[in-house]
Design a protein around this ligand. Structure first.
Ligand code: COA
Length: 335
């Protein structure tokens, strides 16, 4: 066997698709229900509006459409594995991915969900890359889809101001490490000691095993905003530095910085810490808010990326979990 036959293929991004539910909720609309204002939300988060699903839709509705568009963008209607990153599956059991695969006309393929909250998409990319380099799959559809509107406390002005619903997907194929679209290296990490900073306290095995009836508020998403803000800046800065060290790029080599869209002020703080010019930071948070696992692919589609751009992805979320990777942007038209 030759060295060529032994070498592991790299995963190459070859398709990108996104989908946002049609209903738009503006800050002014939120201020009709909650003690908030358009001015507060814009100044403190950079968000002007977000999309939310309506009754009859679910996370799979968004995931299927984003997946369909990503396959179209890849000019190949097949994938032989589907990975869905989500914190808001259609149901606690089973996973959402098998239904998504079936609806996309991909019966029989391995399909599973992964949970790393807002870092989920980068984790799912790493898993997709692993499936390809191990030879388990040839083409992998990686989807980030979330409908946080379904788990937010209707009375919580802080979380309702931030989160929106959406989905984004990419297709990965095998290729060479140096070619445009090739992913990696990756930096992934977690800190479970800080799990309580971002949590839905009830509804899991801990609460059920204790036999207690959780108060209704415990079924909603909660977050300690200030600490999360500080951790987001710290962990993404460190993760970016680690992935740059592995890649051999300097900060100056980054043409487009695609960070998790959690708060425009977090992106500004990252730019300052990394000494990255503001114009290289991709931001679509004003239009979509924080879409959790969908955030990175939605920003990729909105980022004005051109073939050859050196792109750095970094994400952060509950867990705590974080992840970063790099690629040179390929000839891909988002669908
Ligand atoms: N409208 C008006 N006032 C609001 C508000 C809203 N939507 N949300 C919070 N406030 C209030 C608070 O209640 C607080 O009032 P108080 O001083 O009377 O107690 C005040 O604004 C300041 O709150 P604070 O938490 O200090 O504000 P902040 O500047 O840190 O902004 C967040 C709050 C949530 C926007 C910010 O902390 C943040 O973005 N955190 C990170 C969130 C994140 O990234 N989450 C996802 C991780 S994946």
């Amino acid at each position: 066997m030759t060295a060529r036959q032994w070498s592991r293929p790299s995963a190459v991004l070859c398709g990108l698709g996104t989908y946002l539910p049609p209903r738009i909720v503006t800050n002014d609309e939120l201020s009709l229900e909650l003690d908030t204002t358009d001015e507060w939300i814009r100044n403190r988060t950079g968000i002007r509006r977000r999309h939310v699903i309506e009754p009859g839709s679910a996370t799979s509705t968004l995931a299927i459409e984003a997946g369909r568009r990503a396959l179209k963008s890849s000019r190949h209607d097949r994938a032989d594995a589907v990975v869905v990153a989500t914190t808001t599956p259609d149901r606690p059991c089973p996973a959402t991915a098998p239904e998504v695969a079936a609806q996309l006309g991909l019966p029989g393929v391995p399909a599973f969900d992964i949970g790393a909250v807002c870092a989920g998409f980068v984790y799912a990319l790493a898993i997709g890359a692993g499936l390809i380099s191990s030879g388990i799959a040839e083409r992998v559809l990686v989807i980030g889809a979330d409908t946080f509107s379904t788990i937010l406390n209707p009375k919580d002005r802080t979380t309702r101001a931030i989160f929106g619903d959406g989905a984004g997907a990419v297709v990965l194929r095998p290729g060479e490490a140096g070619e445009p679209g090739a992913l990696g290296p990756f930096d992934l990490g977690t800190d479970g000691d800080l799990a309580d900073l971002i949590t839905v306290p009830a509804g899991g095995s801990r609460q059920r095993a204790e036999g207690t009836t959780a108060p209704p508020a415990d079924h909603y998403f909660t977050m300690q905003g200030k600490s999360v803000f500080q951790q987001a800046v710290l962990r993404m800065t460190e993760s970016v530095q680690r992935v740059l060290a592995q890649t051999g790029w300097s900060v100056d080599d980054i043409d487009r910085f695609v960070g998790h869209q959690a708060n425009a002020r977090i992106l500004t703080a990252l730019a300052e810490r990394l000494e990255l010019p503001r114009e290289r930071i991709v931001s679509n948070i004003d239009r979509v808010g924080n879409t959790a696992a969908a955030s990175i692919p939605l920003a990729l589609a909105d980022g004005g990326l051109r073939p050859g751009h050196r792109v750095l992805l970094t994400s952060f979320g509950g867990g705590l979990a974080w992840g970063s990777t790099v690629l040179r942007w390929p000839e891909v038209t988002p669908a």
